[in-house]
Design a protein around this ligand. Structure first.
Ligand code: SAM
Length: 314
């Protein structure tokens, strides 16, 4: 499966887990509902024609709504990044002056293109906002960040995403509670909430009460759901697996992530998918063998994504 990578970056991005998640999605006729959209990488690779995509972070929603409305186009992104990239390269203090100028402009006017700039010129592809809701990731220290090749890569990502966003996709700033309550029998909900204690910021605080609330809502929903969470790491187990989620089906898989630029910060974690439908899995296991019809559907959706991308030209 070719995974479509979105133009926005964040430390919690699920790019590497997309094929695993998508292979589990059951055959349903309704909407893809994603209450913790983040960068959108899982939704963009879902192949669904109808979707409800929400997040409490208004910047990601505004950015994708801008693409849907045709206000943010690949051409506009190229022109913008070329202009800002040149200014970054020439700016005093090894680019810092211009990075700070864009950051301050964003923190006042919230322009989605400035959000894209900060996401791609910030340290290590991270996204974080301080207690006042202001951008809080430092410069990647590369004044020549926006080379032609890098701009083209980002422009192509904007293009891919603009091909995949459908008229029946709704983007909205909302809480997970409101979004999950809207789901009906024919829908699939994919949840990727913040993991407690990891990368806390203005939009990503997560408490035991939030986890409990999420559990109650997902226990009551008439829809099918898949929840991403962590199962255990080298030091401890996720207590909510035992206390809450074990009443559902769970599959797990090893995953490596970087919590910083250095190789020694590469940590392993066992990721889990919790779900409330039958996937032919007898007990908790490592790995997944989806049913043949799930795989066929997966291929059908992947084919649909390819068609959408082929139809469009930049
Ligand atoms: C782990 S990230 C999702 C990452 C996403 N799956 C990806 O691959 O990019 C969690 C997201 O949940 C959002 N969020 C945090 N608390 C929320 C809440 N109470 N309601 C809705 N969204 C929330 C955050 O803004 C963040 O974008």
């Amino acid at each position: 499966m070719r995974v479509i990578v979105p133009p926005i970056k964040s430390q919690g991005i699920k790019t590497k887990l997309v094929p695993w998640i998508q292979a589990l999605v059951p055959a349903i006729s309704g909407r893809w509902i994603e209450p913790f959209l983040g960068t959108g990488v899982v939704a963009f690779n879902s192949g669904f024609r109808k979707a409800l995509l929400t997040d409490i972070n208004p910047h990601v929603i505004r950015f994708y709504q801008g693409i849907k409305d045709g206000e943010i186009t690949p051409r506009r992104v190229r022109d913008y990044l070329q202009k800002e990239g040149e200014q970054l390269e020439k700016a005093p203090n090894h680019g810092y002056s211009h990075f700070h100028a864009v950051r301050d402009r964003f923190n006042t006017a919230y322009d989605p293109l400035d959000f894209l700039f900060l996401s791609r010129a910030g340290f290590n592809g991270m996204m974080r906002f301080n207690r006042n809701g202001e951008w809080n990731i430092p410069f990647c220290q590369k004044p020549k960040r926006f080379s032609q090749a890098y701009i083209t890569k980002i422009v192509n990502q904007v293009h891919d995403v603009s091909c995949l966003i459908q008229p029946a996709w709704i983007f909205r700033v909302d809480s997970f509670e409101n979004t999950i309550r809207e789901a009906g029998t024919d829908d699939i909900i994919y949840c990727d909430p913040p993991y407690i204690g990891r990368y806390v910021d203005y939009y990503s605080g997560w408490t035991k009460e939030d986890e409990q609330k999420l559990f109650e809502l997902l226990s009551r929903t008439p829809a099918q759901f898949i929840l991403s969470t962590w199962h255990h790491n080298d030091f401890r187990a996720n207590p909510f697996i035992e206390s809450l989620w074990s009443k559902f089906n769970i599959i797990t898989r090893d995953h490596f992530y970087h919590s910083g630029g250095k190789i020694e910060n590469r940590k392993s974690i066992v990721e889990a998918l919790v779900f409330n439908f039958d996937a032919n899995i007898e007990k908790h296991n490592y790995g997944v063998r989806p049913k043949p019809e799930q795989l066929m559907l997966f291929e059908e959706r992947a084919e649909y994504i390819t068609q959408q991308l082929d139809r469009a030209v930049i």
